[in-house]
Design a binder for this molecule. Structure first.
Ligand code: HEM
Length: 227
């Protein structure tokens, strides 16, 4: 009989999957129309390739988000390791690598100010490095390393969702302060919300992940010192 822990481990993926599907169902459709007027990001700047790159980023990012959920599903991993390997390649090469490389360019060009610009560029680089390191560890059958790096990678992929949650929090907190803290400057307020949400969206989950990974390492046995 399965223990409650095993059941929880097996099925916690369900709410995560539902959230990821809801996110993609909300985010992706406007970009599939290829109509710049339906973009949720201002796309009228001097860089003409901005909009096509944004569409490509959203498509590859959606692929990364959906396959990330499959990769961390313990049941799928243990029951169908071949599927895990195949969807893993899709996650890396049709998800993170193209979405991250394009995210790096878009991040450097963001219209939302310097604080989120720094966050996007650093996040894109960390996302790419962590994912490729995890992929290489998997190819070399260093499975404990593969697992740790891929957990970090998936946490960074999911940070697109935590980022949006922080944005809602900061909108609620800061919009009433438009006339006071921001002296009526709406652009400054939007940049502040974007910057705070960007950094908190990925740095906090990554810190918590590091803490959990450390806590799960086997403790070094205490050595009794005798004289
Ligand atoms: C984790 C690394 C990522 C980075 C660095 C990144 C970066 C960016 C940047 C720079 C933009 C343009 C808007 C702006 O200037 O802020 C953008 C837009 C967007 N990204 Fe990403 N992104 C990442 C991951 C993802 C993932 C995994 C998805 C999943 C679907 C995604 C979905 C989107 C969407 C939908 C937009 C358009 C804005 C909207 O409609 O809300 N991104 N991203």
């Amino acid at each position: 009989m399965r223990t409650p822990y095993a059941l929880v481990r097996r099925w916690t993926i369900v709410p995560l999957f539902l959230v990821a599907i809801a996110f993609v169902a909300f985010s992706l459709p406007p970009y599939l129309t290829f109509d710049p007027a339906r973009s949720r990001v201002p796309v009228g700047g001097a860089f003409r390739a901005y909009y096509p790159l944004l569409v490509a980023h959203v498509v590859f990012g959606s692929m990364a988000l959906l396959t990330a959920c499959l990769q961390i599903w313990p049941w799928l991993r243990s029951r169908y390791p071949d599927v895990h390997r195949r969807t893993g390649r899709i996650y890396v090469f049709a998800g993170v690598v193209p979405a991250g490389a394009i995210g790096l360019v878009l991040g450097a060009l963001t219209p939302f100010g310097p604080v989120i610009r720094a966050s996007n560029v650093v996040l894109a680089v960390v996302w790419l490095v962590v994912t490729i390191t995890g992929y290489r560890a998997g190819r070399q059958y260093r499975l404990a390393d593969h697992r740790r790096w891929m957990i970090r990678s998936v946490v960074l992929t999911l940070s697109i969702i935590t980022n949006r949650i922080w944005a809602v929090v900061w909108v609620i907190v800061l919009v009433p302060q438009l006339q006071t803290t921001f002296g009526g400057n709406e652009a400054l307020m939007i940049q502040t919300i974007a910057g705070l949400s960007g950094w908190l969206g990925w740095v906090l989950p990554l810190l918590v992940t590091e803490w959990c990974l450390d806590a799960r390492r086997a403790p070094t046995p205490a050595v009794a010192v005798t004289t």
